[in-house]
Design a protein around this ligand. Structure first.
Ligand SMILES: CC(C)(COP(=O)(O)OP(=O)(O)OC[C@H]1O[C@@H](n2cnc3c(N)ncnc32)[C@H](O)[C@@H]1OP(=O)(O)O)[C@@H](O)C(=O)NCCC(=O)NCCS
Length: 186
């Protein structure tokens, strides 16, 4: 793990001082419980991520095993931020399947009390760099719910541009909303 290096704002630098980044490799032995707690906290908060049902420890273990295999096979990269033993942010890039394997999709989440400190932006810029190096994709893209204004603003800031809108594509609290697909400018 490496200590955080550059953070934009002085206050943020102070707030994030104790945070460490981990680049997951096939040799890492991450604590499954930390991953489970992380995803459950986001689901409890009802944020705009795809998963809406809390996984079991067994499911999470299988998910992590699969992720590590994908990392080993050059199909994915993952980067997390830890404060002590708590996973506080996670981002990953994954290849598509078969003849779409040269497209990498990115996901990112930061726990509520660590937001607005520059962490999401830093992780996004780092995962783009790592994905370019390890996956060498032709396209880097992501999807985002239209009501998720913080995420939309972050993605635009780092250089993603909308290339498709899927109307009424996902549902939360019994309400449908559009999903945007965004492509990273070269
Ligand atoms: C979206 C998310 C990752 C942003 O993380 P973060 O660490 O708070 O973001 P940062 O502090 O690095 O902010 C970077 C930029 O994002 C945008 N942003 C972040 N929070 C914002 C907010 N509440 N309102 C408006 N813009 C916001 C801004 O453009 C900001 O740049 P600025 O500081 O120059 O204004 C975070 O809100 C999150 O994890 N949300 C819940 C899960 C989620 O929605 N994931 C994305 C699924 S597509």
């Amino acid at each position: 793990m490496t200590k955080i290096r550059a953070i934009r704002k002085t206050d943020s630098a102070k707030a994030l001082k104790s945070i460490r980044f981990q680049n997951l490799t096939r040799f890492s032995r991450p604590r499954v419980k930390a991953f489970l707690d992380f995803i459950c906290e986001l689901i409890d908060e009802n944020v705009y991520i795809q998963i809406n049902k809390k996984p079991t420890l067994k499911w999470e273990k299988a998910w992590l095993k699969d992720l590590k295999k994908k990392i080993k096979d050059g199909e994915a990269v993952w980067l997390g931020a830890w404060e002590g033993k708590k996973l506080i942010a996670s981002t990953q890039a994954r290849r598509g399947l078969w003849n779409e394997r040269d497209n990498a999709s990115i996901g990112l989440s930061v726990l509520k009390s660590y937001r607005r400190k520059g962490l999401g932006e830093k992780l996004m810029r780092m995962i783009i760099r790592i994905a370019k190096k390890r996956l060498n994709p032709k396209n880097i893209y992501l999807s985002v719910a239209t009501p998720n204004l913080p995420a939309l603003s972050l993605y635009r800031k780092v250089g993603f541009k909308k290339f498709a809108r899927f109307p009424n594509w996902a549902k939360k609290n019994n309400k449908y909303f559009d999903v945007l697909y965004m492509l990273l400018k070269k």
